[in-house]
Design a protein. Structure first.
Length: 369
């Protein structure tokens, strides 16, 4: 194999494929990149037991071939070489020569026979979506998922497509994020995609040129294709909770606040909160005013007052401050509306002009005396 390519483009390609490679893989062959040079393209593949990423780039292929080389060694080297042309060439059965300008490095190869072929299939169900829409769906729901791998069902995002609409849902059982968008002509789907996989896709979306993203489903696998990038992953098996049942049908109390002012106030007040692991803040809503407080026996306490458009009876309620800051930082509007029934029932957070994005958060039970 002998291939010449732009070092910056190769570095970017390696970074994308490397996201599929675990830092300490239990299967040694998965610590490597599979490089395949053919027909004016260099394909870089990274994979582990649950996910595979393929990324192709233009290259000058002087001799077609394929090798497996350590991802850390090649990736770290490419990240530190200057812009220009880099040559990758097999110089013996067991090594790859990486050269640029007057410099060269020799990297030992791994046994290519041990490396699985990149998964390839035609989905029994598929849909195509604009990259900007997909990025929005991911951004608005990913943060609400659980990170605890002992509860795999909640480390994924529910993709629900029906009636020419697509909905993404993320939850960790204490909070719930729901984003719905129009999707004309899409097939019906109901699958749980690992949030990690969608995060990887989100990192390569949002370029200056609009792109279409294709999702193919077959059995328990999904392939996501965008441009020259393909990601294949196992779907999460199990029955996603009935998220619609969690959203209260009506509310008795509401408060509308400025997003920036509320975010800043919550972040400051939470600095003085350290009740167990929840970083609890308390809110009191009454007569056009929101009072936010926190107390910490070791460090003191904090109190801030914000103007609000309130409706309904006075209310005391407490939250995990992180759950409030997370949703506020994912809003695009100037105003946010909190809707309540009492101090313990689920609370809805919405942008007044965006009914297709709903966030539900469970208050924390505390003593307000």
């Amino acid at each position: 194999m002998k291939v010449l390519c732009d070092s910056e483009a190769l570095n970017k390609t390696l970074r994308i494929a490397r996201h599929a490679i675990m830092s300490k893989s239990s299967t040694p062959i998965f610590s490597g990149f599979h490089l395949l040079a053919r027909q004016g393209q260099l394909e870089v593949v990274g994979m582990d037991l649950n996910m595979a990423i393929s990324c192709s780039m233009e290259a000058q292929v002087e001799e077609e071939g394929s090798v497996v080389v350590g991802a850390a060694q090649l990736g770290n080297l490419l990240s530190k070489i200057p812009a220009g042309t880099v040559t990758l060439q097999t110089v013996s059965a067991g090594s790859l020569l990486v050269s640029f300008a007057d410099n060269e490095y020799r990297l030992l190869l791994m046994n290519e026979d041990d490396y699985p072929n990149f998964p390839s299939f035609t989905g029994t169900k598929s849909l195509t979506i604009d990259d900007v829409k997909l990025q929005e769906l991911i951004k608005k729901t990913r943060f609400a998922c659980a990170s605890d791998e002992s509860r795999p069902l909640f480390t994924g995002i529910l993709l629900e497509a029906e009636d020419e609409k697509i909905t993404f849902v993320g939850t960790n059982t204490h909070r719930l994020a729901i984003r719905t968008m129009e999707l004309p002509g899409g097939e019906n789907m109901n699958v749980i995609i690992p949030a990690k996989v969608l995060s990887e896709i989100a990192q390569v979306l949002g370029g200056s040129v609009p792109q279409l993203v294709r999702l193919d489903i077959v059995d328990n696998q999904i392939m996501i294709s965008v441009g020259e990038i393909k990601i294949v992953s196992r779907l999460i098996e199990g029955r996603f909770p009935n998220y619609k049942a969690v959203v209260p049908p009506s509310f008795a109390i509401s408060a509308v606040m400025n997003v920036q002012d509320l975010t800043a106030a919550v972040e400051r007040v939470s600095l003085f909160s350290n009740e167990s692991d929840y970083n609890i803040i308390r809110m009191h809503i009454e007569d056009g005013l929101l009072t936010i407080t926190s107390n910490n026996d070791a460090n003191g306490g904090g109190k801030e007052l914000l103007t609000a458009e309130t409706a309904g009876e006075p209310l005391d309620v407490a939250f995990n401050s992180k759950y409030i800051v997370d949703i506020l930082k994912n809003l695009d509007s100037e105003k946010v509306c909190f809707s309540f029934n009492n101090s313990l029932k689920p609370v809805r957070v919405q942008e007044p002009e965006q009914p297709d994005y709903t966030y539900i958060v469970t208050p924390v039970r505390v003593n307000f005396n």
